[in-house]
Design a protein around this ligand. Sequence first.
Ligand code: AAO
Length: 519
Amino acid sequence: MHEGEKSMKLIILVALFGLGFTQHDPNIKDGRTAIVHLFEWRWADIAAECERFLGPNGFGGVQISPPNEHIVINNPWRPWWQRYQPIGYNLCSRSGSEDELREMITRCNNVGVNIYVDAVINHMCGAGGGEGTHSSCGSWFSASKQDFPSVPYSNWDFNGNKCKTASGDIENYGDPYQVRDCRLVSLLDLALEKDYVRGKVADFMNKLIDMGVAGFRVDACKHMWPGDLDNVYRRLHNLNTKWFPNGSRPFIFQEVIDLGGEPISSKEYFSLGRVTEFKYGAKLGTVFRKWNGEKLHYTRNWGEGWGFMPDGNALVFVDNHDNQRGHGAGGASIITFWDSRLYKMAVGYMLAHPYGVARVMSSFRWDRHIVNGKDQNDWMGPPSNSDGSTKPVPINPDQTCGDGWVCEHRWRQIKNMVIFRNVVNGQPHSNWWDNQSNQVAFGRGDRGFIIFNNDDWDLDVTLNTGMPAGTYCDVISGQKEGNSCTGKQIQVGNDGRAHFRISNSDEDPFVAIHAQSKL
Ligand code: AAO
């Protein structure tokens, strides 16, 4: 090798590792591709779900709710968002104890399902959080004194003096200094520029890495300086070699809400890991709802062509735990399980499309009560017993979940599209067709093909699928079982062409076939 070549290689290596490039890789095993957010699930239920459902159905990983000690709130009664108010880094939470967490991580890893932790490291509890032992592990704390002895953090470790607003809270998202140095909705803002605080945060994350997690969803990254995050991430251990190849870096995906129009943009975080692409669900919702004159055929160049971030940076989702109930951003266009027919189509579109690392939402039902566009019950926590403890997730004979757990990830259409995404992994977006309106189709090389009818009339068309000849089971109206289809059958001829008929009144007006649904 020439000297020049050598130094070029070195520069590339330094660029890759220096920028922490490997932190963009979800470390998913066995050609799996999608992850699911089991919002507010107990560790014991997640462990069982990995073994009985997620592993066997090719899910790559689970985003879990924050596992660390959090405040316990009575008014309103045990809101879901109490877990976004840390009291310390002990690992007992509404989802279970440290032992249960460890057992869950082990059991999921053993069946090839990764665990990603929702890491709340920007702040502790709200300034009005009071004083006492009302926390999930029972540690004493004082919000007014900014004293959290279980870490320990004291008032030295918060951003009090750096923030220049009168209230001490973020008042204007147009000012990046406020957004980073002041309190997000009055949450006590950690001074992540301090070596001590960085060390405590990294110790917390490293403990989880050593237990076997594959990475983190980092909460509220817009509210932390990229340089501070970089410092913390560099302190992180490599993944546990019991389950991951030597030298694997934790997958980092950062929650930054960037719909445009604010000085802070997702770009600032690209070198550190992936970033949540909030435009994706907001736009996809608008398209499937046909609002603002949007049509499905405009999605021919879906992805970067729509002004989304570069593919290699994006973590995509149709809805998340915030915007499914009016928190965070995205607005009314966001489609959720409450609009189940549209939801299955939108999630199906996301999972069929190659752009981004895809996350599926799995929710609990609450008493939704919208007055003037605002849900009065947006605070309601997971299905719970009268003592506030979270209920287990019971599985019904038809494989759906009971007791208010929605389990979108178990819906046949969604589960089968997770498998579709695995089967077509690495294949290009191909064989696009549209009717200039809301009927579109596209393939993934010769491995899969999907077609949607979101118009108010029937679809009846013969198309080139790019697939080998044969009889395929539609994995939306049914699936392949043994040597037959439980739903529609699609015949692909020797020329790769197939005839599709989708009534606009079909239960699910889309059809998907893939290499493994062939008879
Ligand atoms: C609770 C109470 C508060 C109380 C606080 C402390 O609700 O009243 O003050 O406790 O006692 C969750 C809940 C909060 C809860 C918190 C703590 O959602 O209600 O507060 O736990 O228990 C911003 C952040 C983003 C954040 C999002 C909710 O940037 O990071 O707000 N998401 C994460 C979590 C979330 C969690 C936290 C952070 C805190 O996912 O579950 O909060 O750990 C603009 C900005 C966004 C900003 C939104 C909302 O968005 O751009 O950055 O998100 O405003 O404030 C258009 C714009 C869009 C704009 C949007 C909304 O769509 O295009 O940019 O309008 O205005």
